[in-house]
Ligand binder design. Structure first.
Ligand code: CTP
Length: 413
């Protein structure tokens, strides 16, 4: 029961996905958390407050009517009580109100008064989600440190298909768990590379790849949630992350190499998640290349292998690589593990839209010299804490083994 002693406010705004939130309340409670439900007036036209009251075993707060604080300060009492507020579903309207800091209902006033984290599970029509207004609001909230969970892609209640569905309850539960699961990396400095690199051909063109950066950014968020100080060296990507993560934006493999090496002095763990270009153009054209002839050949030269160089420079540093392969996944990944002298490699199959590069989902095999663990297809945001757990477990095993070695040594002397 990961959530034992945790106090979670589940806040419901007006949307059809509110019926799923009833199940979320049950599942969060089943993990040991105490749950209070807060609703907007409009949410009550989708699911009755009594449903949530019966499920949570506590009164549902809709207005400051003294259910939790006789002085009519329920919004303050709940804001202080909550270890985490999860707004699910979060309608387009509620997101717009949150970005403006409105406080015309208890739910919004509570969010303003809450010092800890607020997670948002958006749910709306795909066009409303894609609208620039909503996107700007969401990005603004993310920049302020709100956690944005979803939305998912798929069939919508309105009959359309696209992004805007609330995440499934099981996915939301995983995300709630990931907020509390561990402090495994407390005080440690984790350096992560993410995204693609762009290698210039001329001032307007480059060689790139399809990496979206989603996996690396999810790992950075999970590392932050596990108590680490995180430096994320990111190639060109649209991903946004918590302001508490130190992001260094780079474009080329050479810049990424330099940025990573500048962070190595006090680094405790290095995760190379970036899809770094293996080659760059030997002679970058100073001016835009014109189509003068039928054929054009570019001479390429190898880029720096960041991961290999880091491991060579700091052999004791725990280094994790990624192997994105289209075939013979395990075999090729094992080869990389050995060749680059890595401590762990995360292998995944790419080449389909179901998982991998630009997808929100991934399924991986976690390989070390003497172990192999499969993790089934799931959202990258849920996968990231699992990968960190596996790394943590390896670090613990190492510590134990070195203690045993030390003990044996001291016995024998
Ligand atoms: N990597 C890196 N710097 C590079 C290339 C790769 O740090 N210049 C890291 C990636 O971040 C990833 C792992 O190494 O963690 C992937 O290795 P990859 O380049 O795919 O391996 P190669 O040995 O180049 O094998 P191949 O290209 O044949 O698949």
């Amino acid at each position: 029961m990961t959530l034992r002693n945790k106090q979670i406010v589940i806040a419901v705004t007006g949307g059809i996905a509110a019926y799923k939130t009833a199940q979320l309340v049950r599942e969060v409670q089943a993990e040991g958390a105490q749950v209070r439900v807060v609703m907007t007036a409009s949410a009550t036209s989708f699911v009755a407050a009594k449903t949530f009251q019966a499920l949570s075993g506590s009164p549902v707060a809709i207005t400051d009517n003294g259910l939790f604080d006789q002085a009519g300060m329920d919004h303050i009492t709940l804001a202080r009580w909550a270890d985490l507020i999860v707004i699910a579903p979060a309608s387009a309207n509620s997101i717009a109100k949150l970005i403006h800091g409105e406080a015309d209902e208890l739910l919004y006033a509570m969010c303003l008064a809450h010092e800890g984290q607020v997670a948002i599970a958006p749910a709306m029509n795909q066009q409303m989600w894609s609208n620039v207004a909503t996107q700007e609001n969401i990005n603004g909230l993310r920049n302020r440190g709100f956690l944005i969970w979803g939305p998912a892609d798929g069939a919508q209640a309105c009959g359309e298909v696209g992004p805007g569905r609330m995440l499934e309850v099981s996915e939301l539960l995983q995300l709630v768990l990931s907020r509390f699961e561990n402090t495994a990396f407390a005080g440690q400095h984790i350096v992560i590379t993410a995204g693609p690199t762009h290698e210039a051909i001329d001032p307007v063109r480059y060689i790139g790849n399809r990496s979206s950066g989603k996996m690396g950014f999810a790992l950075a968020e999970a590392a932050l949630a596990a108590g680490a100080r995180v430096t994320l060296v990111a190639g060109p990507t649209e991903q946004i992350c918590s302001p508490r993560i130190h992001v260094i934006h780079v474009e080329t493999a050479a810049e990424m190499h330099l940025a990573v090496f500048q962070q190595l002095d006090d680094c405790d763990l290095f995760i190379a998640c970036a899809a770094v270009a293996d080659y760059r153009v030997a002679n970058i054209a100073a001016e835009k290349i014109k189509k003068h002839s039928e054929h054009l050949s570019l001479e390429l030269e190898p880029t720096e292998d960041i991961l290999r160089d880091v491991k060579q420079a700091q052999p004791k540093l725990f280094c994790v690589g990624f192997a994105a392969e289209t075939e013979h996944t395990i075999e090729y990944a094992r080869d990389k593990l050995v060749r680059k002298k890595l401590d762990m490699i995360i292998a995944n199959q790419v080449g389909s839209s179901e998982q991998g590069f630009s997808s929100d989902y991934n399924a991986v095999e976690i390989l070390t010299a003497d172990s192999q663990e499969s993790i089934a297809r799931m959202r990258k945001t849920a996968l990231a804490p699992k990968i960190l757990d596996a790394i943590h477990q390896q670090l613990l095993n190492r510590k134990e083994n070195s203690n045993v070695r030390y003990l044996k040594k001291s016995h024998s002397t």
